[in-house]
Write a protein that binds this ligand. Structure first.
Ligand code: SF4
Length: 187
């Protein structure tokens, strides 16, 4: 068994949907060894091999696996979080057990959509980035025609929660996030 146990350590408001929560669970064991196998068997994952992160999309929710913790977004309540964590634990352990039968996939599958990015921008369309709207900025960001640092308001205290999630998402999807900006992922 690769993953023995987990414990929910934080619940926060969900940024994408204020009626839902974001859940962070610490895990008992390092699990990154299974990521390339999960990346091979699940569709639409975002895998960052050097950073040891794997984001799984399921039923409109995002589950990000790190080496030592798991983050769940768009969750109804702790009961649902427990169900998802149980499912993830079984998936991780079953996949690890049959890893000899699976060809590992180390490629990054960056499936970030402009709308996913747009939801995490300030949403004021202030034009400080030179784009007419936040959506226009998101479209350019996803195609790497503009850099995240050009959204100056995002780096103010007001948007620290959105910033954390967006930088994490970009980093996990293999987008270049300057080292100096990674510290902004912390709340
Ligand atoms: S600077 Fe940021 S908040 Fe302002 S329009 Fe551009 S993306 Fe939107």
């Amino acid at each position: 068994m690769l993953l023995n146990s987990y414990e929910i350590t934080r619940t926060l408001p969900c940024l994408a949907d204020p009626e839902k929560i974001r859940v962070i669970a610490e895990i008992s064991d390092e699990i990154h060894e299974v990521f390339p196998y999960l990346n091979a068997i699940l569709k639409g994952c975002i895998y960052n091999h050097p950073a040891f992160t794997l984001t799984i999309k399921k039923d409109g929710k995002l589950f990000t696996l790190h080496a030592h913790h798991i983050t769940l977004a768009k969750i109804e309540d702790e009961k649902e979080a427990e169900e998802i964590l149980r499912w993830l634990k079984d998936l991780i352990n079953e996949t690890y057990e049959k890893r000899d039968q699976v060809e590992p996939n180390y490629s990054m599958v960056a499936e970030l959509k402009a709308l996913d990015i747009f939801k995490l921008l300030p949403g004021t369309s202030c034009k400080k980035c030179g784009e007419p709207t936040c959506l226009a900025f998101a479209v350019k960001l996803v195609s790497q025609e503009i850099e995240i640092k050009q959204c100056i308001p995002l780096f103010s205290d007001e948007f620290k929660e959105k910033r954390k999630v967006l930088l994490e998402l970009l980093h996990a999807a293999g987008y270049e996030v300057p080292e100096a900006y990674l510290e902004f992922r912390e709340v």
